[in-house]
Design a protein. Structure first.
Length: 317
């Protein structure tokens, strides 16, 4: 065991304990956690900073407001329902359309039909705290349903791929694309079976992927090659991720973005405790990159300058 740990350290792999003690506890003041743990607040902060986010259609904070759901989505064919304080994609319901014959019947991203009563029951569970990080009463958000960019058509099953960028002291340090699969039920969640594909920070091109901690070259559902995709508007994505340092006040965070086919890159959410599988997806440890940022850190640099540093410093081998 000690030999394995030594090899991982030598390879620059960041472990959970070191991540928590040296980076999260040191650089992420707990008073700022609500800025990323509460998706309503995250959205408000991002909008105040002039950053693009999925449009918020409505918020349901109490059981007595659940019946407002029909009013909120009355003019909407598609939308997303999610808990404000959820994590890992739990509690998120994606509606992609309505039944042509029954207006109160909705089609989910999986293709399954569901009723208004069933969605309202789900919202009631969200408000009751079933999916919240603390287990306390929560808030349900109803927002715009992202239509993903066609660049991901062949490497995504039903759901919307997202891009996770780890930002350290304001500098993007590592990134991956999370690709939904049949096993993940169309969700971009690695723990539920999505594929994580590393990204060359210099070019925005995808590298090989990871699926259930195993390296893969192809999407498990259709055999499409994962490597070589060029992520649109990569410079804008890196700069947006870098700006989240000022928005949140957190020195070590994960920024999740999606690329809408019509609206372009949108900030989806942020995370004060981003996972470490991104290292497997990139086939390299992140620790050496964090040390490099410490060595070249310049407090006066703008988000655009920090994004340019990331492109220069962290080119894939």
């Amino acid at each position: 065991m000690f030999a394995v740990a030594k090899r991982l350290r030598a390879a620059g792999v960041l472990g959970l304990n070191q991540r928590n003690s040296e980076f999260i506890m040191r650089l992420n003041p707990r008073k700022y956690y609500p800025r990323v743990d509460d998706k309503v607040l995250t959205k408000e902060l991002a909008m105040a900073a002039g950053m693009a986010v999925p449009e918020l259609y409505g918020v349901i904070r109490h059981q007595g407001e659940v019946r407002r759901f029909a009013e909120i989505v009355d003019a909407r064919a598609s939308f997303v329902v999610k808990p404000a304080q959820g994590s890992g994609g739990d509690g998120i319901t994606v509606v992609t359309g309505r039944s042509k014959r029954k207006r109160d019947t909705f089609r989910l991203a999986s293709g399954v039909l569901t009723t208004r009563d069933e969605i309202e029951h789900h919202i009631s569970n969200i408000v009751g705290g079933q999916y919240s990080l603390s287990g306390n009463p929560d808030t349900a958000l109803i927002e715009y349903c992202v239509m993903f960019d066609p660049v991901f058509d062949e490497v995504s099953y039903q759901g919307v791929p997202d891009i996770r960028v780890i930002v350290y002291r304001g500098y993007p340090s590592m990134a991956m694309v999370r690709l939904p699969t049949r096993a993940s039920d169309g969700k971009a969640n690695l723990h539920q079976g999505a594929v994580g594909a590393g990204v060359d920070m210099s070019t925005g091109q995808t590298l090989t992927g990871v699926h259930h901690n195993d390296h893969v070259d192809e999407h498990p559902d259709n055999g499409a090659l994962i490597a070589g995709l060029e992520i649109p508007q990569w410079d804008f994505i890196l700069e947006s991720a870098a700006r989240c340092y000022e928005v949140t006040g957190l020195g070590y965070l994960g920024v999740d973005m999606v690329i809408d086919r019509d609206l372009g890159p949108l900030i989806l959410e942020m995370n004060a405790r981003p996972g470490l599988n991104i290292q497997i997806a990139n086939s390299t440890g992140i620790l050496s990159r964090l040390r490099r940022i410490d060595a070249i850190f310049a407090a006066h640099e703008t988000p655009a300058e920090r994004a340019a540093v990331a492109k220069r410093e962290f080119r894939a081998a």
